[in-house]
Design a protein around this ligand. Structure first.
Ligand code: COA
Length: 261
């Protein structure tokens, strides 16, 4: 495999972004986070890309967290850019107009779990392990873990995971809603994630983008504001070519073919 630290491939309108430091369990050093951010931006700006799939190289890890070897010489001042870069990457993923699927093929610890949580949909292999182990290093999550984990799994479970630093297996992650589906092995995971990506790539792009925005807002905005945002973007979809195509296809009992306009 290439010696690039992050790989970028396009296949059938799907941008595959692969963290490529398998010998280091795909640990997220500064260069990896920077490259991941650049590739997410590249995928966002490429009109031929409809869906992004993020995974880790090899069968051991999605990403085993921030690169701990970068921590030794850091203090409260010098570590700030590291956390801010990680948070900015996660915020960018959430702000993207395209769905981002995390295919979690092994350890998703610390920053690995946090980046996965910023993705729209998480699929995992049975050997995946999840956790926020920072407490065992005398620190806390810094890429958004204390903020996104409780929103996804609930405050009580998030507190237990963050306070203990314990890892959980894929079936437990499925039970608590941290992942959407679990596959027997990495090969089945990648097939399942690609099948989902191909399915989403066929969906009307404008409606998908507006649905993502409205769902993201549901996390952040007060109910009334979010409901009124939903009405606005619901109405907006009625001016799209894809709405005409989708409704016409239904009424004429045929399969729609969306132009993403
Ligand atoms: N940062 C830097 N290097 C890491 C890393 C991380 N977060 N996670 C794994 N690695 C490196 C190890 O140092 C080792 O490198 P080496 O072979 O050059 O010594 C290699 O990846 C394999 O890890 P190893 O610990 O030998 O594998 P293991 O199967 O015994 O354990 C883990 C796997 C993931 C449980 C263990 O590596 C671990 O606990 N990693 C740190 C997780 C963490 O605390 N993440 C949050 C950071 S804020």
């Amino acid at each position: 495999m290439s010696d690039e630290i992050v790989l970028y491939e396009i296949d059938e309108g799907i941008a595959k972004i692969i963290i490529n430091r398998p010998d280091k369990y795909n640990a997220l050093n500064t260069a990896v986070v920077t490259q991941l951010t650049e590739f997410m931006k590249k995928a966002e700006n490429d009109n031929s890309v409809r869906v992004v799939l993020l995974t880790g190289a090899g069968e051991k890890a999605f990403a085993a967290g921030a690169d701990i070897s970068e921590f030794s010489d850091k203090d409260s001042q010098s570590v700030r850019p590291l956390a801010e870069n990680g948070q900015n990457l996660c915020k960018f993923i959430e702000s993207m107009s395209k769905p981002v699927i995390a295919a979690i093929n092994g350890f998703a610890l610390g920053g690995g779990c946090e980046i996965a949580m910023a993705c729209d949909i998480r699929y995992a292999s049975a050997n995946a392990r999840f956790g926020q182990p920072e407490i065992n290093l005398g620190i806390i999550p810094g890429f958004g873990g204390t903020v996104r984990l409780p929103r996804i799994v609930g405050l009580g479970i998030a507190k237990e995971l963050v306070y203990t630093g314990d890892q959980i297996k894929a079936d437990e992650a499925l039970r608590i809603g941290l992942v959407n589906k679990v596959f027997d092995n990495t090969e089945a995971l990648m097939e399942g994630a690609m099948e989902l990506a191909r399915n989403l790539a066929q969906k009307p792009g404008v409606a998908l983008k507006l649905a993502k925005q409205s769902l993201q807002n549901a996390w952040e905005m007060p109910l009334e504001k979010n409901l009124s945002f939903e009405v606005d973007v619901f109405c907006q979809t009625f001016d799209t070519e894809d709405k005409n195509e989708g409704v016409d296809a239904f009424l004429n009992k045929r399969k729609p073919s969306f132009s993403h306009k």
